[in-house]
Design a protein around this ligand. Structure first.
Ligand code: TIU
Length: 226
């Protein structure tokens, strides 16, 4: 184990292929104007601070040949995996499946559902399409993501991406309940609401790492072997 300086105490990172870097939903639909995030009334520029730290972590993981897992929140074109309660929620300017400047909102295969070019997955990296906020719900049929991670020997997950208190937090909580040892990288995640990001990070690490650990990317990168 590698001890990474973290809160609330050092994170025990498993070297080799046991620790996957998880990049949650760094899609044009959340990060660029005209997408799903903007349709909800959000200022998408709030998310841009996470891009460079995620790129640095991707470079480090790729250099080591450690596993990388990207997620995309999106739905089938017929919206059969989008609950009406999700599509009909609130008063957005566009709803899931409606045509926008980057294609149909949150629909697989549309330009808006793509991961932003700066963080594009490489061949061989996992790309998980998820219809919910959490990465374990209704993904990787028929066996499920947990079984696939177990089969790959992955026991530790390092979380990055957007948004901290929605898809990152939900996925990290789902992972914690399944027995993964989870770290979230503070500057590699972002929210449309900085106060919610701070609150989510504080909640995750409270009570002796009740859900997991947090650390800045510099501390994580400096702890990894050259
Ligand atoms: N709206 C918001 O903050 N987030 C989402 O809807 N999905 C993700 O967090 N990816």
């Amino acid at each position: 184990m590698i001890a990474v300086d973290a809160e609330p105490f050092p994170y025990p990172l498993a070297p080799g292929g046991c620790t996957a870097l998880v990049v949650i939903d760094m899609q044009r639909d959340f990060v660029e104007p005209g997408g799903f995030g903007a349709s909800l009334g959000n200022d998408v520029t709030q998310l841009h601070t996470a891009i460079a730290p995620i790129a640095a972590l991707l470079a480090s993981w790729r250099q080591r040949g450690w596993p990388v897992l990207h997620t995309r929140e999106c739905h089938r074109p017929d919206l059969s995996d989008c609950p009406p309660a999700k599509r009909e929620r609130g008063s957005p300017t566009l709803r899931i499946g409606d045509p926008g400047p980057m294609g149909r909102l949150l629909v697989a295969g549309e330009p808006g559902a793509d991961i932003i070019p700066a963080l594009a997955p490489l061949p061989g990296e996992w790309v998980i399409d998820k219809p919910g906020k959490g990465m374990f719900w209704n993904t990787c049929a028929p066996d499920g993501l947990h079984a696939r991670l177990q089969a790959a020997g992955i026991t530790h997950l390092v979380f990055t991406g957007v948004t901290t208190e929605v898809c990152v937090q939900t996925s990290m909580r789902e992972a914690n309940d399944r027995g993964y040892t989870c770290l979230v990288v503070e500057d590699a995640t972002a929210s449309y609401f900085p106060a919610f990001k701070a609150a989510a990070l504080a909640m995750l690490v409270a009570q002796g790492a009740i859900v997991g650990w947090k650390t800045p990317s510099a501390a994580l990168l400096s702890a990894l072997p050259a």
